[in-house]
Design a protein around this ligand. Sequence first.
Ligand SMILES: NC(=O)c1ccc[n+]([C@@H]2O[C@H](COP(=O)([O-])OP(=O)(O)OC[C@H]3O[C@@H](n4cnc5c(N)ncnc54)[C@H](O)[C@@H]3O)[C@@H](O)[C@H]2O)c1
Ligand SMILES: [Zn+2]
Length: 357
Amino acid sequence: MRTVRVELGPRAYAISIGAGTRRLLEAWSQSPRGRQIVVLADQAVADLHLSRLSESLPKSALALTFPSGETSKSLCVAEPLFERLAQARIERGAAIVAFGGGVAGDLAGFIAGTWLRGISFVQVPTSLLAAVDASVGGKTGVNLAAGKNLVGVFHQPEAVLIDTDFFGTLPEREYRAGLAESVKHAVIRDPEFLAVHRDQAEAILGRKAEVLTELIARNCAIKADVVSRDERETDLRAILNHGHTIGHAVEHLLAYELRHGECVALGMRVENEIARRRGWLSAADATEIARALTGLGLPERLPRPLDEQAILAACRLDKKVRHGAVHFVLLAGLGTPRRAADVTDDEILTALTVVAP
Ligand SMILES: NC(=O)c1ccc[n+]([C@@H]2O[C@H](COP(=O)([O-])OP(=O)(O)OC[C@H]3O[C@@H](n4cnc5c(N)ncnc54)[C@H](O)[C@@H]3O)[C@@H](O)[C@H]2O)c1
Ligand SMILES: [Zn+2]
């Protein structure tokens, strides 16, 4: 088992990674004794794994499920769950277990962060994307019709338990999508880790517990370091948005036919082309990143042509727009992210040709 700490003063917590870490729930749920426990679980994950998780929880634990998928990150899904908490008389001393992928973490974290103005919660991520990214850092929230993650709170978990036993059932595409965020962490913060993605692609895709544990631990260490230096994204934390300005635009326009991580992979390709054309990133480094993404089975091209003006408009819709300027996090070399608020429409359109279908 590996442990990574998120150093946040009074809100510090540990991330435990390895086979069987779910068993740590047993001690946690008994401290303090008689604590009310509520599991909020993604339905598909509950069908597959709730019985295994429950072995480490008191019999009195209440398990509530919600439908799988991004649409569950909504106030409409949250409201009846809040009503169930009220019916069960869930008190301030209670704790929530978020069980599932990033949707479960964001929704259950939001419920934990707002129920009675905030109760404890633990993240038990079951998708690779949630393990390497969403479960760490305390951003929680739901979507509105107007956009993703518009309503939410910063609410740090008490612990993150990443149990590699749960990853075997994750669909291949979901697994690969999580790897895009892993490549992103490598290129913004740990260039040597990029080589691991390239040299060990086969082992990584094989999902062996030891390989997964190492990969996830390295990702969590990067995210924990960034988050502990800038919990509320006033500055440094924004580097985690590398690949996401174009990535989110593509995700929005393809109406979620691609997974988030797949869009981030395409976003990194385009944003690295912008950086290469600016002379910030060498052609060799851009090629190395592109090869690592391809080796992990991440998309090289858009599945269908997208309207250019629509892409530019979608970039402007992004949350990273400040004072009207679209913000990018480009690479000025491997491991050196640099913010750019002056990327022109022409630069975007020219770079988009690298992912043209
Ligand atoms: N809070 C953050 O910092 C942060 C960071 C990145 C992403 N996110 C959010 O995370 C969400 C995406 O997360 P995701 O990709 O995990 O999506 P998800 O939670 O929808 O999970 C993807 C799919 O995999 C299934 N699944 C999950 N674990 C499984 C398992 N072990 N076996 C079989 N099926 C399993 C789910 O049922 C779902 O259908 C988005 O809403 C995004 O906004 C949040
Ligand atoms: Zn992302």
